[in-house]
Design a protein around this ligand. Structure first.
Ligand code: ZN
Length: 233
């Protein structure tokens, strides 16, 4: 997954190289500046284009920020989130009424209150990691068997621009916590993608054939992931 970040001082522009003809600028669902460029555009060229667009980005970001001001504060009751692609609303519970630090109950994600917002953020984050680990643990044996490769270690962490990554030499795989917020097909696709990298290190035709074999429909999911950059904390 080809992406990189351009630092513009007050904000970052998240750039993705895609099979597109035109350059595209937009503000993502979490108020992040996004740009997609055709595959042949170099990093230097992308930086030049982003700087030419600085005024547009600044205005669009200010508009998105103004909209956000009407939304509840982060990690507070009423905040809208997503769990496995399903919208849920956060509800902060008094420690005396909370059965566990964080749990899903219908359309609400209940989190036990703590000293501050970042404490609640990390409770939610831990819960998302556990959810994702449980799901990966469920599907991993089948995928390993089919693909014929086994990672030495899988770690789950919040990453800014990548959904997953893999070090073929050590067979270690890293998966983005944000996948627990997306439909299950996304975590599956990223897991299969990284497992296939244990056989083919690039994204060439051989890699794509492996993906077609082990994850039919991956192209649709891949497009969805490209259009929804990982939410950052
Ligand atoms: Zn890859």
């Amino acid at each position: 997954m080809e992406s990189f970040v351009i630092n513009m001082g007050a904000y970052d522009v998240h750039v993705r190289r895609k099979r597109v003809k035109n350059i595209n600028f937009r503000i993502g669902p979490n108020g992040e500046a996004l740009m997609s460029v055709p595959l042949h555009v170099s990093r230097t060229e992308a930086e030049r284009i982003a700087r030419e667009r600085a005024t547009w980005f600044e205005r669009a970001l200010a508009r998105a920020q103004a909209r956000k001001c009407n939304a509840p504060a982060r990690w507070s009751t009423g905040e809208k989130m997503s769990v496995w692609g399903r919208p849920v609303t956060l509800r902060v519970l008094d420690p005396s009424e909370a059965a566990s630090p964080c749990e899903l109950s219908g359309d609400e994600l209940l989190v036990r209150d703590g000293p501050n917002a970042s404490w609640r953020a990390s409770e939610v984050e831990n819960w998302l990691q556990q959810e994702l680990m449980a799901y990966l643990g469920e599907i991993l044996p089948d995928r390993e068997l089919a693909i014929g490769r086994m990672p030495t270690h899988i770690s789950i962490r919040r990453m800014k621009t990548r959904w997953g990554s893999c070090t073929p030499k050590t067979a270690r795989i890293r998966i983005n916590t944000a996948l627990a917020e997306c439909p299950h097909a996304c975590a599956n696709t990223v897991l299969v993608h990284e497992l296939c990298h244990l056989i083919v290190h690039n994204h060439g035709p051989q890699f794509q054939a492996l993906m077609d074999l082990h994850c039919p429909g991956w192209r649709v999911t891949q497009r969805w992931l490209d259009e929804h950059p990982p939410r950052t904390l």
